[in-house]
Design a protein around this ligand. Sequence first.
Ligand code: OGA
Ligand code: MN
Length: 301
Amino acid sequence: MNQVAATAARQQADVPFTIRQVGPTFGAEVRGMPIHGDVVPELLGEFISALHRYRVLIVPGLELDPADLVAFSRRFGPLEIHSRFENTLPAHREVFCVGNVERDGMKASFNRGVEQWHADSSYRRTPSDASLFYAEIVPGEGGDTLFADATSAWRTLEPAMRRRVEGLYAVHSLETLRQWGARHNPERAAGVDHQPEAFPPVRQPLVRSHPATGAKSLYVCPAVISHIEGIGAEESAMLIETLIMHVTQARFVYCHRWRKGDLVIWDNRAVLHTASLFDHTRYQRLMYRTTVAGGAPALAD
Ligand code: OGA
Ligand code: MN
């Protein structure tokens, strides 16, 4: 680094962004973080520490194009290409499009917004570390994204329940998700948008540890879990329901009302999230998602 660059780097690191918590136990709005162009490692390190601490970071008021989003996202690690290839941008396959817009060879992934709590790509052996979601077109109402603090949920779980679930494994399967999707979106052609052979079922712990912070969290994705290993189907379904009811209590939920230009980054290793309904006959919605590939399997075996 030459001297001018070094001075610029120090100055950037000296002007830290501001952080304001917006959710009940987690979630923070960040202002002043440079998203375009170079970011010095110290500042990126601070931002990543904030992500680990607050689990969801909101950076409002941006004007990003897909290339900007991909460039910023890559700072967090290699990006996944989504298994539903037809919902990715032709010019930037790392960008998965969500909403009800179809244009320029891109068709956004539309689902009914039925509540479906999950963390992204839990059906991969090594699930995603973090996702970045950028609001390109927001509906006049609805289409909020809800986040649940799976880390605080673990901390507050009754000791008897903790003993029961720690050490259990759930099987996460793209085929289970496809069946769930077919029940809720019967008009979507079955089977065209998944690659079950590329993603065979995987076991994930019900309680996972965050590799950077060590914090434990509940890892429950009801639409993706086919069953919990070692217990019967009925008991399995009841346990998942009990856990999801606990995690998604209002005291652990932050609802993000989108404004155009918001970028939200969430830590898939610490929170769950879900879409919500919007009137897709009246409004357009288009969101760009990039997905940071996982650095380590969820289980520490
Ligand atoms: C996603 C997702 C939520 C939303 O794309 O991973 O869960 O509000 N989206 O669209
Ligand atoms: Mn998601």
